[in-house]
Ligand binder design. Structure first.
Ligand code: ZN
Length: 195
């Protein structure tokens, strides 16, 4: 993750914890600690706001385009992990669990939320897979939407020649970054199986 994003994440982590009264506590905390909390936070927000962009290759959020993951020469170019959202990518990155690169679909198929196949970046994914990817790891969550999306992506990649696998326990991904356990996620990745 970029320095500015890392600083912002560290500053936000220092705010008061979540809960129904947290907004008032956070505002009060910011007002009481103008020099040590509010001003660094405003500066960090400003730095990120001025430079933030979607990676034109994978869909990650970073302050450079292409993102640092896509341009990292140490990553295996034959290994691609498909996630629904940037939050899932960040969860996998937080534990430094995955040695390949990512593809962010931009959501999961959901009739309820009006998300259809055209809303996901499938065309870009197929083009990337055709360009030398040997294994695609689907890291979708265990919900109906997540599994429907996993099947849809696996079908879309049929005929590309790439091996398509998915995490051993789909439940390891999803439900928000804070609910994920790096150990379970690492195991789910290690024990991934063909779709
Ligand atoms: Zn990228």
């Amino acid at each position: 993750m970029d320095d500015a994003l890392q600083q912002l994440t560290a500053l936000v982590a220092r705010l008061q914890g979540p809960g129904p009264r947290s907004a008032r506590r956070v505002v009060l905390h910011l007002m009481k600690n103008r020099e040590t909390v509010l001003q660094p936070l405003l500066a960090a927000l400003g730095r990120v706001e001025g430079a933030l962009s979607d990676c034109s290759i994978c869909g990650n959020l970073d302050t450079v385009d292409p993102c640092r993951i896509c341009t990292d020469p140490k990553r295996d170019p034959g290994l691609l992990c498909v996630v629904a959202d940037v939050a899932d990518l960040w969860a996998l990155e937080r534990g430094r669990l995955f040695a390949g690169r990512y593809h962010v679909l931009g959501g999961a198929l959901s009739a309820l939320d009006g998300v259809g196949p055209d809303d996901l970046s499938i065309g870009a994914l197929k083009a990337r897979v055709a360009d030398g990817v040997t294994e695609v790891v689907l890291a979708m969550n265990a919900t109906l939407e997540g599994q429907t999306t996993a099947h849809f992506v696996a079908e879309a990649l049929e005929g590309t020649g790439a091996r398509v696998t998915q995490l051993a326990h789909a439940a390891a991904v999803g439900g928000g970054v804070d609910y994920r356990d790096d150990g379970i996620l690492a195991q789910a990745l290690r024990l991934r199986r063909p779709v």
